[in-house]
Every structure is written in C-alpha cells, then in structure tokens.
Design a binder for this molecule. Structure first.
Ligand SMILES: [Zn+2]
Length: 80
C-alpha cells in the first residue's frame, strides 16, 4: 500500500513562484535605485501602464507580460 504520490512537492514550489511574481524588483532608469513594484496578475496577460518611481517621482512606462507558465516578464522604460 503506497500513497506517496498524493502530495506532489513540485506543485507546491510552482505555487510559491507564482505568488512571488506579484512583487518584482526593477531598476529605475533615472535614479538607478532598485524599487519593488506590485504586479496585478488579474489585470490581464499583457499590461501597459505608467507609474511614478517612488524614489525620484519620475514616470516609468511599465509593460508586463505573462508567459505560458504564468511567470511575469516586466519591461520598464523612460517616458519621453
Ligand atoms: Zn527613480
């Protein structure tokens, strides 16, 4: 009698990774500071918005995409 496969530890790891993806570290293109931003996975698979740096208050354009695995890819650039 073996029931060892009931709890798959790899599934727990995956859930942890997804939770961590809600917060991501970015480097401000203006002041060079590392800032943690909060992502909103419920906002859609491809997001594009403007947010101010909390250190120097200059605006970033943030583009977020979620890949097939649900991992966030964040691209940050200066607002012209
Ligand atoms: Zn900044």
């Amino acid at each position: 009698m073996s029931d060892l496969n009931a709890g798959d530890p790899q599934e727990d790891e995956l859930l942890k990774d997804l939770a961590v993806d809600c917060e991501i570290e970015v480097t401000c293109p203006y002041c060079g500071e590392t800032v943690v931003i909060i992502l909103d996975p419920a906002g859609g698979g491809a997001q594009d918005y403007v947010e101010d740096c909390e250190i120097c208050c200059r605006p970033w354009r943030i583009r977020v995409r979620y890949d097939d695995m649900g991992a966030a890819r964040v691209h940050l650039e200066e607002v012209a």
